[in-house]
Design a protein around this ligand. Structure first.
Ligand code: BG6
Length: 369
């Protein structure tokens, strides 16, 4: 049941620290090495994999896009992420050295299932990252890595998304361990950082009054843009998807670097834009590049809603609103950065009097192509 929350969606957003913690549970041995017992794929096969293709739909595909950044960084294996229905009906290059990762909350999405069947027909191994035990996709895959988010009832996915990212990260770390592309102490360090995430997510939940208040004040908004870079890019797209699904508001997520190649033409006085700001402690000047983007849109009249780390004061001159998330290594930041966006969409839709658990025209699992 809803456990005192006004909707399943609200409850599931608040379940997220548990969804991440439970997905991490029991997946290391006494020496701290990752053991993914359920992953019944021959280690020799996993050592030979030369390409990974993640196939999924909707929110699950955004989890895959987040995972791409981490898996390529840790394993040095090229990772493609493709919408399952697009993968199925082109002529993808897939063979016995391809690992296909099918991500799905329900395990029943027909588009994803058809991609799994197609991949296996071409000789690829398929690992499913799925939340629902006994569902079809794991049954038809070579192996399954379950997310332990618990049942997700609201149509729009929230806690399954965080659990999918977590499971995909475990898969990436496991491959890095197996293939020796990362030292054991580096892997242990990431695992330690992952174990610290549930408490950080809880802090975002505890401090969410501000985002709720802003969401209610924006109930009349007709369009919202979302900008992010690196792992913040799929987070921006997920934030936009939540707003479309729940509040029926036109919303688009963009890669911040793409701004000057088109989307900046959309900026006019008062246009609300969420910007997901990477950690100032990260590498590659990601942070300063995104700060310049906020500056550019603000100068053109955008109303800037900024998600930034605690202590990041560089955003202050250009932010109309700041929503804080705890300091987190760049690759893990999506697990906290998406939470204010979920709450924003849920609260705004509620303020519009909409049913956040059952948005119009959508179904929890789409079992037709
Ligand atoms: C959509 C749901 O139809 O399917 C989304 O409305 C979901 O919430 C997507 O992300 C994929 O579903 P699944 O079960 O394969 O993760």
């Amino acid at each position: 049941e809803k456990g005192g929350f006004s909707s399943f969606m609200d409850k599931e957003i608040h379940d997220q620290p548990h969804a991440v913690a439970d997905t991490l549970l029991g997946r290391t041995d006494l020496q701290g090495r990752l053991v993914l017992d359920e992953l019944h794929v021959d280690e020799a096969v996993l050592r030979q994999v030369d390409k990974i293709i993640v196939v999924a739909c909707g929110t699950a595909a955004y989890a895959g896009q987040v995972a791409k950044y981490a898996i390529e960084h840790w394993c040095r294996i090229p990772v493609e992420v493709e919408l399952a229905h697009e993968f199925r009906y082109r002529d993808p290059v897939v063979n016995a050295r391809t690992l296909v990762v099918a991500v799905s909350q329900s395990g029943e999405t027909m588009d994803t299932l058809m991609a799994v069947r197609h991949a296996r027909e071409q000789g690829a191994k398929v690992v499913a990252i799925v939340n629902t035990h006994g569902s079809t996709i794991p049954r038809e895959s070579d192996a399954v890595l379950y997310t332990h988010a618990g049942p997700e009832v609201a149509v729009a996915s929230t806690k399954a998304f965080l659990a999918q990212i977590t499971a995909a990260y475990l898969l990436g770390l496991y491959l890095a361990q197996l293939r020796g592309t990362k030292f054991p102490d580096e892997i242990a360090e990431v695992l330690e950082d992952l174990r610290a995430m549930p408490e950080k997510i809880q802090r975002v939940l505890d401090g969410a009054d501000h985002v709720r208040e802003i969401a209610r004040s924006m109930a009349g908004t007709r369009s919202v843009l979302f900008l992010g870079r690196h792992v913040g890019y799929p987070v921006a797209m997920e934030g936009a998807l939540k707003l479309k699904e729940l509040a029926y508001i036109h919303a688009e997520g963009f890669a911040a670097g793409e701004l000057k190649h088109g989307p900046i033409a959309l900026i006019e006085e008062g246009q609300p834009v969420f910007v997901i700001v990477p950690s100032p402690r990260g590498r590659d000047q990601l942070h300063s590049k995104v700060i310049s983007n906020i500056q550019e849109i603000r100068a053109r009249g955008a109303h800037t809603l900024v998600i930034a780390e605690e202590g990041d004061d560089a955003v202050l001159p250009y932010a109309d609103e700041v929503f804080r998330v705890p300091q987190t290594p760049t690759l893990l930041a999506p697990l906290v950065a998406v939470v204010p966006l979920q709450i924003f969409a849920c609260e705004l839709a509620t303020a519009k009097g909409l049913d956040v658990d059952q948005p119009r025209n959508l179904a929890k699992s789409v079992t037709v192509e």
